[in-house]
Each structure stands twice: as structure tokens, then as C-alpha cells.
Design a protein around this ligand. Structure first.
Ligand code: SF4
Length: 437
């Protein structure tokens, strides 16, 4: 039996897909790259943007004919999209050929649901509103043997007014540090050199424990694990990135010098209406501290343009923040209303054309800044963890620096999974091209 998983959205979903793949492997399924020969096709979905949701519906629609040709084919939908109110019924109505629907809180039930479909020949829909507890010890199939994603928290308590995540992923729950450390120790013994700690708001790790634990303490423990060479984490909330965490990181040599701090807007008025819990002044101060403590670090961000009621002046504030902070890279998004969130009901929703124009302006400015920052790396020798052959040329290897920059260079594919020294000869906006030393 063969399976094909489509994964949409963030790294939490990528990690869930790895666990799903692990469970399928234990059920004697093997992965295929050809959807047509699959016996199980799963859409692990995201609902952060409407576009991704529409894409899922259209891809599922295209599978109708394949299901008629292969009636034993199981078509499943999982992930954030199905956690939305009334969504499972909507999927079944729009796509009756879908036979499997399960949510983010019960992926461990997958084997049981598949067995039910095979034995009872009836569709299985199982979605829970909240995570009852954290299930440990699920099998997993990693995408890259030497890199691993590790969940440290699930859910979010922040309720940013544009975001649907707290409604679909539930309230924040931290994993016990013993479970996290046991998992990472096992990964390191299995050859993993780089771990990425995952959570919607990693900085608030352990606040739900009594007595509370801290993210800094967890980082300290992971930093001590033999075999782990690099530690990354996603996502940080600027409000919770306090001085003590910054100071502690200076002593953790394995924690990568890359700070991804989603600012979302440079306007105090918009930040307040987004319920982000910080001001532009606070955010700038945090970036200044990072630059002072970690001069070689890279700083990246996420920005939403066209939030309801965003005036030209608010947008100018965001452009101004970009010019002053000079991020290495910014992931820019057009605001997309999600039903059920406060922002979707706010007056003054902006037209698509205004949002698009602002996005283009923002991207043009950021691209210029990214290029200038990367050009300053011309001639420098950087250490990269080689990830494999690049997507564009089989003669080119791709790797990442500690600061999370992508480096492309010619070299033998046997270097995959090793550290290499590369001299930067052609820095570009998105990548650094170089020569293997
Ligand atoms: S911090 Fe805000 S944007 Fe991030 S997941 Fe939580 S509610 Fe959504």
C-alpha cells in the first residue's frame, strides 16, 4: 500500500505530517511520489489564509475520477482547516468522495480510523475541539536525516485579532521537558545535528506549568545534549522575548544567531488593533539589544499589509520601520480575513488593489535592503550545514548558515549532512552564491 501526503502551511503541520508518515510506515504503507499509484492520499491542511483552503478544495475535486477508478483509494483531510466550525460537514457535502477526516488534536487515532474504513467501508470523521493531553512516543518519518523538528508547545493563547490559530489549535500546552529532552537525545543518537524547537509562541514555553518553567532553561538543557550542533526555534513573540532570555542565549553556543521576530506592522495604531501587545518603540528597542549582543546575527520578520483600517500613514510607518531596522529578510503577507476572527468583522476592510500595491511597495523596499545586507558578506567565509543538491541544478549544493541564509555552491553531493566552509563570491537578494574551500 502506498501513501501520498500534501502538506500545507507552517512547520507545525510539517511536523504533524512526519508523525502521520511514521504511523503509516508502521502500518506497512510506503511513500510514493506519484499520486496516481497511491492507496491513500492525505491533505494535511492550513486555514491561516483563504487561498490555501480553496486550493485544497480544488485538489480534492480533481481526485473524484481517480476515486471512481480506484474505489479502495482512501482520500483524507486533516489539519487546521477541519478544526473550523462545521468544516467537516462542509467537506463531506462538497466532496463526498473524501472518506477520512481527522483534526490536529487526534492524529494518533489515524491507524484506528484507517482500519475502520477498511473493515466497515464507511467514512470516518473524528475531530476533537481541544487536545485532552499530549500523546508521546508516536513514530515519525523525518524529511532530512540530520535535521529534525521538535514540538515544544501546542496551541496559542494570544488571540491576535487577525489569527485563527487559537480557535483551531486550542489553548497553549507545553510538553514536559523530560519528554522533549528524551526525544532530542534519541534524535542526536540517530545522527540529527540540527533541531528546530516548534511552538506558536516558543518564548512562553512552560508558563502553563506549576511552578512555571522557562524557555531559556529548556534551551540550556538542549544546548547540553551531545551530538546536537545547531538549535533553532520558531516562532518567537516579540512581547515575550525578554532581556533575561537574550542574555542567557549569549551563553548557548549551539543556539543559532538568527532572530525571527514577527513585527506584523510598524504602526502603533495597527499593532494595538491587532492585539500584538507591544509598541513600535518596544520592538525597536528589542532589535537594538539583539544587534548589540549579537552583531553577526540575522534579523528576520513577518509583516501583514492591508490590515482593516490601515491608513496610508500607518503603512508609511511600516515602511519606515523597515528602513530603520533593516531586516535581513521579511516574509510579507496580504491581510486575508478569516471568518470567526475579530479583524474579519472590523470596518474599513481594504480593497484588493490597495493591498496589492502596498505589498509591492513593501517587497521592493525589503528586496533592496536584503540585497545590500547580503552584499556586505562578499568575500567572507561562512560555515554551512550542507542540505543536499539544489532544486535548480544537480551540480549545485545548497546549505544554510547559522544565521539561516541559504548558500549555493558547487561541490560533491557526499558533503550532504556535513559542515562546509564556503567563500561568498556572488551575494544576491535571496541567496548567497559561493565557492567551496
Ligand atoms: S501569536 Fe498571534 S499570530 Fe501567532 S499563532 Fe498566536 S494568535 Fe496567531
Amino acid at each position: 500500500m502506498k501513501y501520498f501526503i500534501h502538506t500545507f502551511g507552517c512547520q507545525a503541520n510539517e511536523r504533524d505530517s512526519e508523525l502521520i508518515a511514521g504511523m503509516l510506515k508502521e502500518m506497512d504503507y510506503e511513500a510514493t511520489r506519484d499520486e496516481q499509484e497511491a492507496d491513500l492520499i492525505l491533505f494535511n491542511t492550513c486555514c491561516v489564509r483563504e487561498k490555501a483552503e480553496n486550493k485544497v478544495f480544488s485538489r480534492i475535486g480533481e481526485l473524484k475520477e481517480l476515486k471512481i477508478k480506484k474505489p479502495h483509494l482512501i482520500i483524507g483531510v486533516s489539519g487546521c482547516m477541519v478544526q473550523q466550525d462545521k468544516m467537516p460537514a462542509r467537506i463531506r457535502r462538497r466532496a463526498p468522495h473524501v472518506d477520512l477526516i481527522f483534526g490536529t488534536h487526534n492524529i494518533h487515532e489515524l491507524p484506528h480510523l484507517i482500519q475502520n474504513i477498511q473493515l466497515l467501508h464507511t467514512p470516518q470523521v473524528q475531530v476533537l475541539p481541544e487536545r485532552s493531553g499530549i500523546i508521546e512516543g508516536l513514530p515519525s518519518q523525518r524529511q532530512i536525516p540530520f535535521k529534525a523538528l521538535v514540538n515544544i508547545t501546542y496551541g496559542c493563547n494570544n488571540f491576535c485579532t487577525y489569527c485563527i490559530v487559537p480557535y483551531v489549535r486550542g489553548r497553549e500546552k507545553s510538553r514536559q521537558s523530560e519528554d522533549i529532552l528524551r526525544e532530542i537525545t534519541g534524535l542526536a543518537q540517530d545522527g540529527v545535528m540540527e533541531v528546530t524547537l516548534l511552538g506558536q509562541n516558543v518564548n512562553s514555553y512552560g508558563k502553563d506549568f506549576t511552578p512555571a518553567a522557562t524557555f531559556a532553561d529548556l534551551l540550556a538543557e538542549v544546548n547540553n545534549i551531545e551530538g546536537v550542533r545547531r538549535i533553532r526555534y520558531l516562532t518567537s513573540h516579540p512581547r515575550d522575548f525578554d532581556d533575561s532570555l537574550l542574555r542567557r542565549i549569549t551563553g548557548f553556543e549551539k543556539v543559532c544567531r538568527h532572530f525571527h521576530l514577527p513585527v506584523q506592522s510598524g504602526s502603533d495604531r495597527t499593532l494595538q488593533r491587532m492585539n500584538r501587545g507591544y509598541t513600535r518603540e518596544y520592538y525597536n528597542g528589542l532589535c537594538r539589544k539583539i544587534r548589540r549582543l549579537f552583531p553577526a546575527a540575522s534579523l528576520t520578520t513577518d509583516i501583514i499589509v492591508g490590515f482593516p483600517g490601515e491608513t496610508q500613514e500607518d503603512f508609511q510607518d511600516t515602511l519606515d520601520l523597515l528602513k530603520k531596522t533593516r531586516f535581513d529578510m521579511a516574509f510579507t503577507f496580504i491581510y486575508s480575513p478569516r471568518s470567526g476572527t475579530p479583524a474579519s468583522k472590523m470596518p474599513d476592510q481594504l480593497s484588493a488593489s490597495v493591498k496589492k500595491t502596498r505589498l509591492q511597495q513593501l517587497m521592493a523596499l525589503q528586496n533592496q535592503i536584503s540585497l545590500e545586507i547580503n552584499q556586505a558578506l562578499q568575500g567572507q567565509v561562512l560555515t554551512v550545514l550542507v542540505e543536499g543538491v539544489s532544486k535548480t541544478s544537480e551540480h549545485t549544493l545548497t546549505g544554510r548558515t547559522d544565521s539561516n541564509k541559504t548558500v549555493l555552491f558547487r561541490g560533491p553531493r557526499e558533503l550532504t549532512g556535513q559542515f562546509a566552509e564556503v567563500k561568498i563570491t556572488d551575494p544576491q537578494t535571496w541567496v548567497l552564491k559561493g565557492k567551496l574551500l
